[in-house]
Design a protein around this ligand. Structure first.
Ligand code: SF4
Length: 500
């Protein structure tokens, strides 16, 4: 790609190029140079977040395995104007298909920002023959969320590995209309312009058939310096607030030989799972990693599945461990579908301490209708207990409860800001002052709720409002969305989970 002359474009170009240069490719020739249909795979968030997402890299690799497709990766930054690809710094405008990875509700704001900056109509049925074809895939496509009916031209529901053969048949250069027609023939696609709904969510059941290993080792982000391996897809548990419990069944595990082979190459690994502690061969993997002195980090641990062997191994490479009791009382944990007993939580804290950790991070949720003051102030007691056990650094992160479509608690309503602020105050008052406490932004959580729950009509109204606005900003869009909070609270519809 020729370097841009304009100073601002040059800075953007150089920034994207520096991200690419910092990466280590462990698989050669991923990019299908011969592909004559150009697909932009866009992660609508920062490079650090995109680089930590294994799914983003896997889909990139798989798209490039399709004979006619050349797929390049993109990420989002508020300052970007041209949007250059990571792989070759090709401008986004040169791609006919824009495939967005939608894993987090609030990233939709960034998707809209990209479409606005590139003057692409925001509502699918208003796009013209020369506009790019907008595809959404990712975790949010497992549920029946209404923005999926309004923004993308095509939604690909489910696991990408299970789509590859069908996509290979239909993806070759063609007009926008022809491509839409072809996509509409797939069982796992929704195509609004034909009012065609998916018949199934594509499921890839044998992870070992296409080993979920990232071809890229990023130098930045949460998993910097590590090869990511997805050891579990889906989740065995049934937490009532979590989409994984209803939309991503059954839980599947990768063959341990896949990990052993990577260890033979002396690579640092990051194991990705809903709960790495559910992986049936974890003990063996940890044992081998100890013997070979290999660094393995894990994405998440479930507190009732911990053991000293695992924690003492992790302690060699990390200085804190993280658990999510979600609530400090059994009553609320039962409602959340995580019925840990008090003694299980205490035992997990003791195990961590015994394994040498002096810092612990705890995640809690608040904002359920059943909560009393006692449930809230019990969080402070749990923190005091952690100090008693011997931790000298306790860090709390608290999230207000956001009901999500596709979950057991999905038809509930989010509590309003006034109540949540009072609850936060009660929690804060109970926590020892030496404890480091972070409350996630209420505004961001409300946006998450609205984006998840807003009905199709609301989306059409909001997007029509901002389509032609001359003073566009993400702030304006967020404020318009927030103005619909009370309307969404008044809804009385149910929700539908897409299942196959
Ligand atoms: S919260 Fe964690 S354990 Fe519970 S269903 Fe979701 S991913 Fe599984």
């Amino acid at each position: 790609m020729r370097r841009p002359r304009d100073k601002k474009d040059f800075a953007e170009f150089e920034f994207v190029r520096s991200c690419k240069k910092s990466e280590l490719l462990i698989e050669e020739n991923v990019l299908n140079e011969k592909g004559d249909l150009k697909v932009a795979l866009i992660f609508p968030n920062s490079y650090e977040i995109a680089a930590s997402n294994l799914g983003f890299h896997l889909v990139w690799k798989l798209f490039n395995k399709l004979p006619r497709v050349r797929c390049e990766r993109f990420f989002y930054d508020e300052t970007f104007e041209r949007f250059y690809s990571l792989d070759c710094q090709t401008p986004l405008d040169e791609f006919q298909i824009w495939a967005f990875c939608v894993h987090f509700e609030n990233d939709i704001i960034n998707v809209i920002d990209i479409l606005k900056r590139k003057s692409v109509p925001l509502i699918n049925v208003e796009r013209r023959s020369f506009d790019p074809l907008i595809i959404f895939g990712g975790i949010l496509t497992y549920a029946d969320l209404d923005f999926l009916k309004v923004i993308p031209d095509v939604v690909l529901h489910g696991d990408f590995e299970a789509m590859v053969e069908d996509l290979a048949q239909i993806l070759s250069p063609a007009s926008r209309d022809e491509l839409l027609e072809r996509f509409s023939k797939l069982d796992f696609s929704s195509v609004k312009v034909f009012e065609k709904k998916a018949k199934e969510v594509a499921k890839f059941l044998d992870l070992s058939k296409s080993a979920p290993i990232s071809p890229v080792v990023p130098a930045r982000g949460e998993f910097a310096g590590r090869v990511l391996v997805e050891v579990e897809r889906g989740c065995v548990w049934n937490c009532s607030f979590c989409m994984m419990s209803s939309c991503k069944k059954p839980a599947r595990f990768v063959d341990p030989n896949v990990i052993t082979k990577l260890m033979e190459k002396d690579l640092k690994l990051g194991l990705i799972a809903s709960n790495v502690t559910d992986y049936p061969w974890l003990e063996d993997i940890v044992q081998k990693a100890r013997e070979k002195n290999i660094w393995i980090s894990v994405s998440s641990l479930r507190l009732d599945r911990l053991n000293e062997n695992l924690l003492s191994y992790l302690k060699q490479h990390q200085h804190s461990f993280t658990i999510a009791p979600e609530s400090a009382t059994f009553k609320i944990r039962q409602i959340l579908g995580k019925p840990f007993t008090d003694s299980q939580i205490e035992k997990a804290l003791q195990l961590g301490r015994k394994s040498g950790f002096s810092q612990v991070k705890l995640y809690f949720m608040y904002g359920l209708d059943e909560e009393t003051e006692e449930d809230l102030t019990a969080i402070g007691k749990m923190v005091s207990k952690a100090y008693e056990i011997g931790y000298n650094d306790v860090r709390l992160t608290l999230n207000a409860f956001v009901p999500k479509k596709g979950t057991k608690l999905g038809t509930r309503k989010m509590q309003d800001a006034k109540i949540l602020k009072e609850k936060a105050k009660a929690i804060k008052g109970s926590i020892p002052s030496r404890c480091d406490v972070t409350f996630e932004s209420l505004k961001q959580l409300q946006l998450q709720y609205i984006i998840n729950q807003a009905p199709e009509g609301t989306w059409l109204e909001v997007l029509a409002k901002i389509q032609h606005t001359s003073n566009w900003s993400k702030q304006l869009f967020s404020n318009i969305l927030l103005s619909f909070f009370s309307l969404i609270e008044e809804r009385n519809d149910g929700f539908q989970v897409l299942t196959s």
